[in-house]
Design a protein around this ligand. Structure first.
Ligand code: NAD
Length: 344
């Protein structure tokens, strides 16, 4: 493993969930960090030495973002949970193609030495994920390619672009395929949230309202694995510092159904729930990470169980829900006070 502490790194998507955590992680390692995003981090101030608001779909913004940078962690993406990804194909393919093509080329032009690209388990073909008791996905299973959504197709093309830039131009690209990362300070409402955050929000709302019925998309027997953010950060760092240049899974291999996820969240929240199954986008029927290569290459694998990760995530989301409801209540009081005064 080589180390490059004190070098200057860029984190794109630094206003988002993983990017925000990654900035703090790299700062703790001693790097000088520039964060770039089209928005500020929503829930906590950034630890970045510099934070620039830039739209990375634009070539000039990418040149500005990558100036005087040794290493790039490319996390910026127009993305969200299943609901968002399955309903915005054109927008996602257009925006993410522009972001990735321009960021990688600008990094090369500006002389960056290493480039970390964040791909996704969404690259894996739909035909390998039709059964809830899915065979865990190995890296080579990505081909023959047939991702379910435009989001996955774009990730696959950028994986190829990274490989060609490495071979043709010598920039050291590293490519990770994340499998459902979750934790505090991630989007938890508004339509872009992913399953663990959405479930924590629903359970928190149930707990605070006293109505313990939870809506679940589909029959809830679809399966996934979920990886806690601290494990994700450690994996990112180990891969970036390694010599391994092919795409690598980074996720947990603890397979659960969405119904089990709901039960784990409810247990952590200390309530009993009843599930109401409604129609909604469910994605593939089953998906799990095969971590054989991850263990071989990084001599490491994610350590936290889903329950341990939820125990660290749920309290933060419950607090967010509580604060939002308190705000809504005080707004209501203000409006009713104002209208009472107006009628006196
Ligand atoms: P996120 O949505 O929280 O963060 C992405 C950030 O990119 C956002 O802050 C967004 O504002 C920013 N962005 C979007 N368009 C931009 C633009 N034009 N210019 C500059 N910034 C822009 O997502 P995340 O969960 O932190 O994911 C980070 C990366 O990891 C993404 O590339 C995502 O596709 C990938 N990934 C994440 C997961 C996961 O489970 N979270 C799984 C697979 C892959």
């Amino acid at each position: 493993m080589s180390t490059l502490e004190n070098s200057r790194v860029l984190v794109t998507g630094a206003g988002g969930f993983i990017g925000h955590h990654l900035v703090s992680f790299l700062k703790q390692k001693g790097y000088w960090v520039r964060g770039v995003d089209i928005k500020e981090p929503e829930y906590a101030p950034t630890d970045a030495d510099e934070f620039e608001l830039l739209d990375l779909r634009r070539w000039d913004s990418c040149l500005q973002a990558t100036r005087s940078i040794d290493e790039v962690y490319a996390l910026a993406a127009d993305m969200g949970g299943m609901g968002f990804i399955s309903a915005n194909h054109a927008q996602i393919l257009h925006n993410n193609s522009l972001i990735n093509i321009h960021t990688l080329e600008a990094a090369r032009v500006n002389g960056a030495k290493r480039y970390f690209y964040t791909s996704s388990a969404c690259v894996y073909p739909e035909y390998r994920q039709t059964d809830a008791h899915v065979t865990p996905l190995k890296e080579e299973d990505a081909y023959p390619a047939a991702p379910q959504d435009a989001y996955g197709w774009e990730k696959l093309v950028t994986e190829q672009l990274c490989a060609h830039y490495r071979n043709d131009y010598g920039i050291q690209t590293r490519t990770v395929r994340f499998h459902n990362i979750f934790g505090p300070l991630g989007t938890w409402d508004g339509g872009r949230e992913k399953a663990p955050a959405a479930m924590c929000r629903k359970v928190a709302q149930a707990k605070l309202s006293g109505n313990h019925e939870i809506e679940i998309w589909g029959d809830g027997e679809q399966t996934r694995s979920f990886c806690y953010i601290d494990d994700c950060l450690e994996g990112i760092y180990r891969l970036m510092r390694s010599d391994y240049a092919e795409p690598l899974n980074l996720g947990s291999d603890e397979l659960v159904t969405i119904n089990q996820l709901a039960d784990i969240v409810a247990e952590v929240a200390g309530i009993t729930i009843t599930r109401r199954h409604v129609s909604g986008p469910q994605g593939v029927r089953g998906r799990n990470s095969d971590n054989t290569r991850l263990r071989e290459v990084l001599k490491w694998e994610p350590a936290l169980t889903l329950k341990q990760g939820i125990a660290r995530t749920y309290p933060w989301i419950e607090e967010q829900v509580r604060e939002r409801e308190a705000l809504a209540y005080s707004k209501e009081v203000l409006i009713s006070d104002a209208s009472r005064i107006a009628t006196v």
